[in-house]
Design a protein around this ligand. Structure first.
Ligand code: ITT
Length: 203
């Protein structure tokens, strides 16, 4: 079965592929590069689940194939859960300009926590994984990874906020874990393993 992965974030693709393969799901996962002109869906919902469904539905409609999507982000305790669904756009909201959006977002969060002591630097990654079929069937599942934010980035694996996020029970950052180690514990790993079970039902 062919399934389209509705993301414009190239770094999410290998993670999702690895997770679904690890769950033993036998699907042919197609990236959006196979669909020039695929809509870049505005994330207008206030929840991860709502935005993941918007992305999956739009791409299922555009391609006529089952589509899966990821909406994810970082909730920082000290920032009352921000940047949350705004994680990909956080620095842009404050007018920061940088060639590297991930780096700018990460720097802004570190700046905002500059005066926050270690014991108050708790945070969590959240991922909503959605599937939408052209028939209208759909589903969405979530995963959370608790951890804490450090002050100096470490590691080169993963993406986004990984270099400053140390998962609970770990001493390494998420960017210092190898891909299989990250997938075993991550918000995305949890959400897409649940989604794999849902896909088995629907496809
Ligand atoms: P698509 O919407 O096209 O999938 P995107 O990068 O805009 O791509 P999101 O809207 O889901 O994706 O935004 C996710 C944000 O949260 C983005 O800033 C990521 O860097 C960050 N993020 C999500 N998962 C992460 C992870 O596993 N590790 C580090 N940062 C992560």
């Amino acid at each position: 079965t062919s399934v389209v992965l509705a993301t414009h974030n190239a770094k999410k693709v290998p993670e999702v592929r690895g997770i679904l393969a690890g769950a033993g799901l036998d699907v042919d996962l197609i990236g959006l590069d196979g669909y020039p002109g695929a809509p870049d869906v505005a994330e207008t919902e206030t929840t991860f689940a709502g935005n993941a469904l918007l992305k999956a539905r739009a791409i299922a409609e555009h391609t006529g194939l089952p589509a899966i999507a990821d909406d994810s982000g970082l909730r920082v305790d000290e920032l009352k859960g921000m940047p949350g669904v705004l994680s990909a756009r956080w620095s842009g909201r404050f007018g920061t300009r940088s060639g590297d959006k991930d780096a700018a977002n990460l720097e802004l969060v570190l700046d905002q926590l500059a005066d926050t002591p270690e014991e108050r630097r708790g945070a969590e990654f959240v991922c909503a994984a959605a599937v939408a079929l052209p028939s209208g069937d759909e589903g969405v599942l979530e995963g959370v990874l608790r951890g804490r934010l450090i002050t100096e980035p470490r590691g080169t694996n993963g993406f986004g906020y990984d270099p400053v996020f140390v998962p609970e029970g770990e001493t390494r950052t998420a960017a210092e874990l190898d891909p299989a180690e990250k997938n075993a514990i991550s918000h995305r790993g949890i959400a897409f393993r649940l989604l794999a079970a849902k896909l088995r039902e629907l496809l």
